[in-house]
Each structure stands twice: as structure tokens, then as C-alpha cells.
Design a protein around this ligand. Structure first.
Ligand code: C2E
Ligand code: CA
Ligand code: CA
Ligand code: CA
Length: 287
């Protein structure tokens, strides 16, 4: 069942996904939902672990379905990818994120919000109109490209010369690229060299258990070793890092000691409505 509480439509607990319905039917429903304006973007703060301030946001899509209630992206993103509807859906999230980030920039001035990032699927990278969509979203919102961070997974960027060209065009526009769920795939050094990334996001699976002094299994020890290796590699390649899925202060403290300076997770701040982010940014203005 869905979590109860006033913010229950911005956060999900594992195991709540409903069975996936047939793609064709699902696709028609998703198209209808897009036209009806049922999709919303919520934002999870990226937090400076040393100063305890919000310095950026990740944009996460939500579907407030009139009959089925709130549907998790874990359920509808795969179907949106299979049906190709991720292209218009992703365009909506991109445009909405740029519009909102530009509004925050106008309200709070430069330097407060330094990164605003939607997730981008491989299908979007293959869409020949993608670079133009990004350019238009920036132009229409007035958001400087440097504030936009596109979150991509390794499997998405390992897709050959066409995707590579797209990524370099985006990079040349000043847009920043983040490698999401880092550590879960190939994560090779050569990938990072070929890919114009400026941020790596350490996957939550490496943050789980990071606080234990004595890792209880060889797997736990290996996960801690990956967290150490990623921060060293990022330092050598001059990349920013974000540790994802921080759920308690012990994890935050251990990550700080390893050298991580940016984090994301329920312990720091949950995905939230944009008005809530506005209040957080306003609250830290005069600190
Ligand atoms: P992701 O990109 O890895 O996003 C992080 C997910 O982890 C989010 O789930 C967020 O709510 C959750 N999370 C954050 N902190 C914690 C924590 O401390 N503990 C735990 N257990 N979870 C945490 P969400 O919003 O349900 O999104 C799931 C996935 O759906 C995302 O994973 C991303 O792959 C995809 N997704 C979401 N929005 C979009 C979108 O607009 N476009 C695309 N292509 N994919 C999206
Ligand atoms: Ca992400
Ligand atoms: Ca992630
Ligand atoms: Ca993920």
C-alpha cells in the first residue's frame, strides 16, 4: 500500500508497484494523462554535506492518475520507454525543470541553486530532436545551460557513436552531464574518459552499510571499497560526486570522511513539491 501522510505522493516504498498492464493500453492511457496534465515534477535536494545547505535538485516525475492514484516512476518509466512515450514525457520533465529552476534563479540570484537535473532515458538520447529540445527548453526558460545537469545511466551512454555525438553537442552547449547509479554497471575508466561527464552519482547500493565499522560480509566490504575507489577516481578526473540514498547521519558522516561533499537521500531531504524547495531556499538565504 502507498505510504500514508501528507506528502504521500512524493515518496514511494518498495513493493508498492501495481502489476504492469499491457503496453498498448498503457501507452494510450499515458498519452491521455500527458494531455490531461496529470504528470508533475517533484524535486529532491542535493545537499552540501559540510555546510548542510541545498545547492541543487534532482527532478523526479510523478503521475497522479485519476483512477489508479499515484503511480511510481519505477512502474511507468519502463513502459514509457518501451512505447516511445518517454520522448514527449521526458520533454515535459525537461521543460518543467528548466522553467522551475529559472524561476528559482530569478528569485534567489546566482550561486544559490547550482544544479537542476532531470533524468534522461536512452530513448531520448536516440531521438534526433533531443539536442534541439534542450536548446529550446533553455532558451524559452532563460536558464543558463551550466545550471542544467542531465542524469544519464551508463547503459544509456554506452550506445555508440550517435549517442556520443549527442553528448558532445550538449557538452558544447555548456550543459552538464551526470553519470547516474554509478558503480552498478561497467563504470570503466575508459567510459569516463570517452564521456564528457562532470558529475558521478554513487549508487545507493554503495551507501547502504557504509556506516558499519566491520562490514559483516565480503560483499559489504567490497561495497565500501567501491565507495572509496569512486571518490579517488573522481578526484583524479576532476569530477564532482554525489552520494545517493543517504538514510542516516552515520552514513553522511562516513561519506564526509571518505571525501564526499555532496549527498542526496531521505535523511537529508525527500523528494518534495517545488513550493517546499522554495521555502528551504528562502530559509537558508540569511544563514
Ligand atoms: P534515480 O534516478 O536513481 O532516482 C533516485 C530515486 O531514489 C528516487 O526514486 C528517489 O525518491 C529515491 N531516493 C532518494 N533518496 C532515497 C533514500 O534515502 N532511500 C531510498 N530508499 N530511496 C531514495 P523515484 O522518484 O521513485 O524514481 C525512481 C527512478 O525512476 C529514478 O531513479 C529514475 O531512474 C526514474 N525516474 C524518475 N523520474 C524520471 C524521469 O523524469 N525520467 C526518467 N527517464 N526516469 C525517471
Ligand atoms: Ca537520477
Ligand atoms: Ca540514481
Ligand atoms: Ca536508480
Amino acid at each position: 500500500a502507498k505510504q500514508r501522510g501528507k506528502d504521500n505522493w512524493v515518496r514511494f516504498t518498495p513493493g508498492m508497484e501495481r502489476p504492469v498492464v499491457a503496453d498498448a493500453q498503457f501507452g494510450a492511457d499515458l498519452r491521455r494523462g500527458l494531455e490531461a496534465g496529470e504528470f508533475r515534477v517533484v524535486y529532491q535536494p542535493l545537499v552540501d554535506l559540510h555546510r548542510n545547505r541545498v545547492i541543487g535538485v534532482e527532478a523526479l516525475v510523478r503521475w497522479a492518475h485519476p483512477a489508479r492514484g499515484l503511480i511510481s516512476p519505477a512502474e511507468f518509466i519502463p513502459a514509457a520507454e518501451r512505447t516511445g512515450l518517454i520522448v514527449p514525457l521526458g520533454r515535459f520533465v525537461l521543460r518543467e525543470t528548466c522553467r522551475q529552476a529559472a524561476a528559482w534563479l530569478r528569485e534567489f540570484g546566482p550561486g544559490v541553486l547550482q544544479k537542476a537535473g532531470p533524468n534522461v532515458s536512452v530513448r531520448q538520447l536516440h531521438d534526433p530532436g533531443f539536442v534541439d529540445d534542450v536548446r529550446a527548453a533553455l532558451a524559452d526558460s532563460g536558464l543558463p545551460g551550466e545550471l542544467l545537469v542531465l542524469e544519464l545511466t551508463e547503459s544509456a551512454v554506452l550506445r555508440g557513436p550517435q549517442v556520443s555525438r549527442t553528448l558532445h553537442e550538449l557538452h558544447d552547449m555548456g550543459v552538464r552531464l551526470a553519470l547516474d547509479d554509478f558503480g552498478t554497471g561497467e563504470s570503466s575508466l575508459s567510459l569516463l574518459r570517452a564521456f564528457p561527464a562532470s558529475i558521478v552519482k554513487l549508487d545507493k547500493s554503495f551507501v547502504d552499510g557504509i556506516e558499519l565499522d566491520e562490514p559483516d560480509t565480503p560483499e559489504a566490504a567490497a561495497r565500501q571499497a567501491v565507495a572509496r575507489a569512486v571518490i579517488q577516481m573522481a578526484g583524479a578526473l576532476d569530477l564532482d560526486t554525489v552520494a545517493e540514498g543517504i538514510e542516516n547521519e552515520e552514513q553522511a558522516e562516513r561519506l564526509r570522511r571518505l571525501g564526499y561533499s555532496l549527498g542526496q537521500g531521505f535523511h537529508l531531504a525527500e523528494p518534495m513539491h517545488p513550493e517546499h524547495v522554495t521555502r528551504m531556499l528562502a530559509g537558508q538565504q540569511d544563514d
